[in-house]
Every structure is written in C-alpha cells, then in structure tokens.
Design a protein around this ligand. Sequence first.
Ligand code: 5AD
Ligand code: SF4
Length: 471
Amino acid sequence: MKLPDYTKAKNRKDKNNEVISFNIDKSLINKYKGKKFFLKTYGCQMNEHDSENIRALLLKLGFSETSDYKDSDLVLLNTCSIRENAHNKAFGMLGRLKNLKAKKKNLIIGLCGCMAQEKVVVDQILSKYKYINFVFGTHNIDHLPKLLDKSLTDNTQEIEVYSEEIALVEDMPIKRDTSYKAYVNIIYGCDKFCTYCIVPFTRGRQRSRKKEYILKEIEKLVQDGFKEVTLLGQNVNAYGKDLYDDYSFASLLEDVAKTNIARIRFVTSHPWDFTDEMINVISKYENIMPSVHLPVQSGSDRILKLMGRRYTKNEYLKLFRKLKKQIKNITISTDIIVGFPKEEEQDFLETLDLVRKCQFDNAFTFIYSNREGTAASKLKDETPLKEKEERLQRLNKLVNHYFLKNNEALIGKVEKVLVEGVSLKKKDHYFGYTEGNKLINFTGQNIKIGSIVKVKVLEAKTWSLDGEIYE
Ligand code: 5AD
Ligand code: SF4
C-alpha cells in the first residue's frame, strides 16, 4: 500500500524529468476478455486526456467499453478535486455503486485521478469504502493493469498513490475520443501555488515534456488526418522553463505551427507569464487559433494578492488590451471566482468593473470552495454562502450579457468551422466550433464530420450561434 502525503506533494526540490518506457506484463494482455468496463471522467481536459490512456489500457487487458454502468463488470471513476461539488459527485456515484455491488458481488470498482491524491479521501476509502477494489493516482496511470490484476487475484484492496511525481511515460497506449481533434500534453503539474488551488498538490511539480516527443506526436496526428490539436497544461506559458535555457512556449508554438496541423489551440495560460514573443507567434501563424483562455479570477488587487496571482487588475487589463490589439479577431475567455475569503462588496464591484472593461467571449464562474491543505484554507471566511450565491448571480447576468453582445456582432460573417457532429433529432443539422471557439449549429447537406467548412452566421444566442453552410 502506498498512501498520499501532502508534505511530500509540496516538495519542489528534486527535479524529475526522467522518461521511461511503458511496460505491461504480457500475461495480462486480453486476460479479461469478455468483461466490460464503464469509465466515468470528472473535471478538466487533463482528466479527459488521462482517460484516453486509461481506456487504451483497459482495452489491452481485453475489456470492452459500455456506456451503462449497471451493465459493466468494472467501473472506474477518474475523479476531480478542484471544488467540493466535484467531490460530492464522485462520492454520490460511489454510493450508487455500493448498492449495485450488493446485488452484483463480482463488480470491480476502481478510483483514480485527483481525488486519489488526497489523503482525506484515501483515509475515507480505507475506513468506509472497503468495497473499492483499487486506487491509483495521477502519477502512476501506467500501473493500472498490475494493480487491477493484483486486487482481483489476491482479493485485496490495492492502493498505490505516489505523492512525488515519478518518471514520465512517453509511449503510453492511447484510444482517442475522436479522429479529428486531439489533446497533447506539453507540461504536467504546476508550481504557481495560487492560494485556493489544489492542483499543485494533486498534479505535482511543473514538468515539461521534451519538445522532440511533442512534435513527433503531432506529426503523427497530422499523418493520421487529425485537424486540431489542443496543447494541454495547467499553465502552458511556463513550458520549457524547467527543461531548457532558450526554448520557451513561444518556440514550441512556432514549431507546432510549422507541422501544418490545421488548427492549434492551447489551455490554460496564466497571465503572469504571457510574453510578447507568444503574442507575435500567435499573430504570425494562421493555424494558431486566435482564442485565448486567460483566467483572471478577480478584479480586486487586494483579493488577487491574497490569491497569490502575481498581477494587478491594471496589469491584466494591459495584457488583455495588447492581445486584442495585436491578434486579429481574437476571442478571450476567463475564469472568475467569487466569495474568496475576505472578499467584500467593494472587491466584487472591482470584478464587475473588470468584466465591463473586458467584455469576455466566455467565462467560467465559480463560488470559492475551500480545499484542505491549501494556503487559503487557513484564511477566515466570514461571508455567508447566500451572499456569495447572490454575487455569482449578479456576475453571471453581466458575463452573459457580453457573451450575447459578442455573438451578435458575428451575424452576417462567414466563419471557418470544424464540424464535430450531426444532430440526431433534426435532419441536415450539424454543429462545430469556429476559429474563435464559438459553438455554432448550422444547416447543410452531406457534410463530413471532422472537415473544416465555411458557415454564414445567421443568428446569435448567449452560448451559441446559428448559421448555414456557405460553400
Ligand atoms: N474554488 C473555486 N474555484 C476554483 N478554481 C480552482 N480552485 C478553486 C477553488 N478552490 C477555479 C479557478 C480555475 C478553474 C480551473 O477552477 O477559476 O481557473
Ligand atoms: Fe491552480 Fe492554475 Fe494557479 Fe496552477 S496556475 S495553482 S493550476 S489556478
């Protein structure tokens, strides 16, 4: 048994960029043929991408996938820790699984992802959730076959969670969700330690992938006909800092642009290290999408300081305006937290003022959630939940107003759209995303999913556009 430990997780002393090869005991391949798995993913794109590796591992073991958990032999929950409600969802599911296992004794249950990295969660599993067969963390996904098999063979509860990151595995099997759009990890973990955030504990220290591996992966995706890559990291702007003296995220973006993949996106960017070099590269290459996710979190300097964000409201606005000026047709989205400890009405009004100035194209808004072990969890939080909820409502009303306003400005324009699907209910109705990352529903005929087409915008809604095929 190997249990999580936040003191070790906080350690940023020993750098570990070691790369090892994926290894699987040959006797496990297809050992579970005939059995079905149900994989539930909570949380961010990083988790969705991990699930693409997990899915491939389970297929290697011989499992096939089902979308009905009641019909499965193995349920695996890939969990998220970012806010309490993510926890609640996973624990709710564990409750349902307990009932199912009472009827279906051989049901195998596994838990992985960020919650597995939390000591409080693993302590609960050990004391209350004895019916969970195995648990592994974010640093040892490649150990899944071995742990699952050991738990079933020896009839034990297997818990293996590393708090300090171990080597990077470069050749993990992967079963991607689509054949035209791919996530590509470029940097793991985060060293920023924003005071509210659990990620530096659950995902470990910042480690960049070597550029050769990233470019090779993208070149292969191009060969295989993929149209879009999203470069993934908790903070992509920090790419390379732990690995190279003179190769930055801007250098990587430029090299990725030269692979001729049709579309490049990247998430997430911390405003603190968004460089002019990056802005130049984004504006220079047509295949780098003019769309940036730039979490601001708050508009109050006092709260930004307490959050450990390393910029002021004015510095954010300066960067925002520079991006708008230098990158043609750029859309900018953000994340905002309301109700951070000690946030007062005046601070919240600063956030509303920032929203009025930025008029974001999209914004993910949250009520602050206290995460045990983070620096902010030690701050006194005296604002009643009701007041926080009321702030969230006021904020949502304002951000929604600008989503609609920005969408209305697109009426009559022709947008390039990557077609992602067809409506099951309405004939000749498709949907996809514009270069600015706006969801658009449109009419047309015989359009190939995964192709890039031109669509004329006819109508605007708050969260989407309507249009028709242009050519
Ligand atoms: N409470 C509320 N929101 C949070 N986020 C991260 N941690 C917390 C927390 N403790 C939000 C931030 C971040 C996004 C991914 O989730 O806005 O940018
Ligand atoms: Fe969390 Fe993002 Fe801050 Fe890192 S940069 S600590 S992931 S909010």
